[in-house]
Design a protein around this ligand. Structure first.
Ligand SMILES: *[C@@H]1O[C@H](CO)[C@@H](O)[C@H](O)[C@H]1NC(C)=O
Ligand SMILES: [Zn+2]
Length: 504
């Protein structure tokens, strides 16, 4: 039996259709109203009843603000985010969303967690930071207390402090560094004519940031700062995809992955102690789709061990990197069946269906993710084109992690009104909103992505109930154990009530 919830709704239809037309051929207005209501009730949040007067008032206010944005000459979710960003920042809907308690961020990658502004203005100003420009005009950073020897396509390392002291305009130089560390540009259409071009820049930015982030003392501050940026955006919990890189000290000492996990655990503990209204953070260990099967087997085995040793930190496992140019989940099937063979309960949180190449092997990732019992689907951009996978996802209550800005910047969709998740949202498919790679896209927190989902993808019909359900979903579909979910829900509820009260 599929979708029992919907079946009960669907059984009303034939009855209604009997009354479809009155004798004069005019549809019955009362029946028409009823059908409209029934359709609306299927929307994400369509079953949420707004209880208090204050909630109803806020809902009406939001609707009014949205109407204004939709009738404005420039509809922001239809523009490229890089151009729309300054206008979104001025939007009253956006400002409300910033204040709203949004629950959890469930799909963010560790190398893109913290704003590039902080990386450049704080991290690259620390002593002993060296820079090198590669032949193809990329940058590498390295902390070293002596002159670094050539590595990573780099022959000529300069101490940043010395370099900056010779520059006329260090601010301009810093801005150029920020461009190296993100895909942000004023002219995205020209600079990124196709998906290949933007992915190339995307991967270069990751490599550029690596030398900064994998410096052990920086990583500690980086995690803390990352949680701070989320907390400031009224987010209370994080699940971070991470390759759990090794880290290095100034003298060349290398720390292993266990050190990285422990550091993440310690920083999270410190942050929650400093911010009692923050619930915590966990990691989804990820391997890159460029690896061979045996390499992935090793990562999976290690993840199984780490999941056993750090059950409160390690949430699960994922495969990351561009799906279209990487290997498929099915290619890795021997590696991905290892946890069960080893008697482990390591859950999967697979990226799947981040593609518009329908019918390719990559396009099957979405079904395979479900067959491997993924707990959530990262992106699931292709899900609307897979009716069976969509049914399975709904029946198994496996939500899609919708990252609207990522999909637009990486050129799967340009006008967000045309995002396939508009279908999922209008039929109440399980969904959470996330930001994927905030630093690379020039966002922080989730408010920008909530804005695009709420105004662009959801349209005028998405309402306060939609926002409520999306926020609650992020706790419900997190990897947290039941009692922590309940704690999170209660914490969120009290924040929500304060938020609603403050708006009236
Ligand atoms: C850089 O960040 C660290 C840790 O977050 C902070 O203690 C320090 O004051 C910052 N330095 C500057 C120059 O902003
Ligand atoms: Zn991702």
């Amino acid at each position: 039996m599929l979708l029992s919830l919907h079946q009960t709704r669907v059984t009303f239809l034939p009855l209604l259709l009997l009354f479809w037309r009155s004798s004069d051929g005019m549809p019955d207005p009362a029946q028409r109203e009823l059908l409209i209501h029934q359709e609306e009730s299927r929307l994400t949040g369509g079953q949420v009843t707004l209880r208090e007067e204050a909630e109803k008032k806020l809902d009406a206010h939001l609707h009014h603000l949205k109407e204004k944005e939709i009738s404005a000459p420039q509809f922001l979710p239809s523009m490229h985010f890089f151009k729309a960003k300054p206008f979104i920042q001025k939007s009253p809907v956006f400002k409300l969303l910033q204040k709203m308690p949004k629950g959890a961020a469930l799909h963010i990658h560790s190398s893109a967690l913290v704003s590039v502004e902080w990386l450049v203005k704080n991290v690259t100003y620390r002593p002993h930071c060296h820079i090198c420009f590669t032949w193809d005009n990329n940058v590498r950073f390295l902390f070293s207390d002596s002159q670094p020897f050539p590595r990573w396509d780099c022959f000529y390392w300069q101490l940043l402090e010395t370099l900056r002291s010779r520059l006329e305009d260090p601010t301009e130089f810093d801005n150029s560094l920020m461009k190296h560390l993100s895909v942000f540009t004023e002219d995205p259409d020209h600079e990124y004519p196709n998906q290949d071009a933007v992915w190339e820049k995307f991967e270069k930015s990751f490599i550029a940031a690596a030398g900064l982030i994998t410096h052990a003392p920086v990583l500690r501050d980086y995690y803390y700062r990352g949680l701070e940026e989320l907390h400031q955006d009224n987010i209370m919990y994080l699940e971070l995809r991470s390759g759990v890189s090794k880290t290095y000290e100034m003298d060349g000492t290398i720390h292993d992955r266990v050190w990285t996990l422990k550091t993440f655990q310690e920083v999270t503990k410190k942050f929650t102690a400093d911010h009692p209204d923050f619930l915590g953070a966990r990691m989804i260990i990820s391997a890159h789709r460029a690896l061979g099967v045996n390499e992935v087997k090793d990562v999976v085995k290690e993840a199984v061990e780490l999941h056993k040793t750090f059950p409160d930190v390690v949430a699960g496992f994922d495969m990351v990197g561009r799906e279209d140019s990487g290997r498929t989940l099915w290619f890795y099937r021997d590696a991905l069946s290892l946890p069960e063979e080893l008697g482990s309960t390591l859950p999967f949180y697979f990226h799947a269906g981040e593609t518009d190449n329908e019918g390719t092997d990559v396009d099957q990732n979405i079904l395979d993710a479900l067959l491997f019992n993924t707990k959530r689907i990262g992106h699931g951009f292709a899900l609307a084109h897979h009716p069976l996978a969509k049914e399975l996802s709904r029946r198994k209550d496996v939500p899609v992690e919708l990252c609207p800005i990522s999909n637009q910047v990486l050129k799967l969709v340009s006008d967000l009104r045309n995002h396939p998740a508009a279908v999922l949202m209008s039929e109440g498919h399980p969904l959470v909103i996330s930001s994927d790679d905030p630093s690379l896209f020039g966002t922080t927190g989730l408010s920008y992505d909530f804005y695009q989902a709420f105004v662009g993808i959801g349209g005028l019909k998405a309402n306060l109930g939609t926002l409520k359900e999306l926020a609650l979903n992020s706790i419900k579909y997190s990897s947290l154990p039941a009692q922590l979910k309940e704690k999170g829900r209660l914490l969120w509820q009290s924040k929500w009530e304060t938020f609603v009260a403050e708006q009236s």
